[in-house]
Design a protein around this ligand. Structure first.
Ligand code: NI
Length: 151
C-alpha cells in the first residue's frame, strides 16, 4: 500500500464525501479506491480475451413482437457463456432480466451487445468483473432458460 496526495476541487470532494456517506465507506480512501477499481475494471475489460464473470441487466418491452423469443435465441446461441438468469415481470408492459455470464471478456461483451442492441431493450448495463472466471463459485451448468412464462 502506498500513500499518495491528490489535489481535488471542493465540489468534487463534496461529491466523494456524499458518496462515501451514502454507501457507508469508512474512509475517503476506501471510497476513492473503489471508484478507481470500478473505472479501471471497465477499461481493462474492453477488448480483452481474458476470463470474466459479468452481470447483464436490462429492461425490455413485453409487447414488442417476438422480442422475448429473440432474446432467448440469442442466449441459446451462446449457451456456453450463460450461467443463469432471472426474469421479473415489472408491470404490464415491461420485463426486467438479469443474467450472469462467464467466459472470455470479449465474447461476454459481444453477447451483451447482441441482447441490449435489440429494438425494445432499454437500460442495458453490463457489469464486468475482470480476472474472475468463477471456476469454483460460478460453475457452468446447463440451466435451461424457461420460455417466457406469460406468453
Ligand atoms: Ni415478463
Amino acid at each position: 500500500m502506498q500513500r499518495i496526495t491528490i489535489t481535488i476541487d471542493d465540489d468534487l470532494l463534496e461529491t466523494v464525501d456524499a458518496l462515501a456517506a451514502r454507501k457507508g465507506y469508512p474512509t475517503r480512501s476506501e471510497a476513492v479506491r473503489d471508484l478507481i477499481r470500478s473505472a479501471t475494471s471497465r477499461d481493462a475489460a474492453t477488448g480483452s480475451g481474458r476470463p470474466c464473470v459479468a452481470v447483464l441487466g436490462y429492461v425490455y418491452d413485453h409487447h414488442t413482437r417476438a422480442l422475448a423469443q429473440r432474446i432467448t435465441d440469442t442466449f441459446h446461441d451462446h449457451h456456453e457463456l450463460a450461467v443463469s438468469s432471472m426474469h421479473v415481470h415489472l408491470d404490464r408492459g415491461s420485463c426486467l432480466e438479469v443474467a450472469v455470464l462467464a467466459g472470455p471478456t470479449t465474447a461476454v461483451h459481444e453477447l451483451a451487445d447482441a441482447v441490449t442492441a435489440q429494438r425494445g431493450v432499454r437500460y442495458g448495463n453490463l457489469h464486468v468483473l475482470p480476472g474472475l472466471h468463477g471456476s469454483h463459485r460460478v460453475r457452468k451448468r446447463h440451466v435451461p432458460r424457461t420460455a417466457h412464462p406469460h406468453d
